[in-house]
Structure formats: C-alpha cells, structure tokens
Write a protein that binds this ligand. Structure first.
Ligand SMILES: [Zn+2]
Length: 132
C-alpha cells in the first residue's frame, strides 16, 4: 500500500476526532467546540488567556474564597462542589481536564453558569471577565 494513500485517512480521522472534541489551545489560540455549552466554555478559556490567565491570579483565588466565606447561595454550592477544587475528581487525574487546572476550569464554568452574561455575575467576579 502506498503511503500517500494514508493521508486522506489520517485527515479524515483528525476531522472526526475534532467533531467530538472541545478545546481551547493556549499555544495556538485555536478553539474547537461542538455545542452551545462547550463553545461558551471554550470562549471563557480564550478570554482567560487574553487576560493573561487571570484565573491563576491570587486575586481571582481570593475572590472565590471570600465569596464562599461570605455567601451561602447556589453559586457557593456550585463552587464548593466543583470537581477537583475541594472534592476529588477523576477528571483531573485521567480525563481531558488534566491539561488544565481546577481553578482554570472553575473560571470557564462560572462564565457558563451565567450564560456568558458578566452583568449577571456577582460584582466581585465581574472584573475578571472584562477585556477592557
Ligand atoms: Zn475547560
């Protein structure tokens, strides 16, 4: 079998893989998403990247901690129960999220929880999602 015959098969295989995978590549800035949820999630990673990975800043971690200490609402519950943040998650051991960190994922998920509408977020978090 001629080797060049493999090229379309490899291209097709990569294409099929991309159809089922969602990601934001911090190196290339390439985003791939497959549905409304994943597109919103990955766009939050892009936003985070454009803001210098603000999710890894001490300020963001402090805002999360202070929010959890000062509030007992649905958002507090979601943060506390977030995979890999306070409770054990298999996702961060073997899943695709091993390429990321729990705080980075929380940043992206928080954006999804408010449907990308920063004005609906608690004021303490809004500044971490503003590009200006
Ligand atoms: Zn993610």
């Amino acid at each position: 079998m001629k080797l060049w015959l493999l090229i379309p098969i490899v291209v097709l295989a990569i294409g099929l893989k991309l159809k089922t995978m969602s990601f934001y590549d911090y190196t290339t800035g390439l985003t791939n998403c497959t549905n409304d949820y994943s597109c919103l999630h990955e766009s939050a990673h892009r936003l985070d990247d454009s803001l210098g990975t603000i999710s890894h800043s001490r300020e963001f971690a402090d805002a999360v901690r202070l929010y959890v200490l000062a509030n007992q609402d649905e958002l507090t519950f979601k943060i506390v129960m977030f995979d890999g943040l306070m409770n054990y998650s298999e996702q961060y051991e073997s899943g695709s999220e091993r390429f990321s960190s729990p705080i980075q994922e929380l940043y992206a998920e928080m954006y999804v929880w408010f449907n990308g509408d920063i004005s609906k977020m608690p004021v303490d978090f809004q500044k971490f999602y503003k590009e200006d």
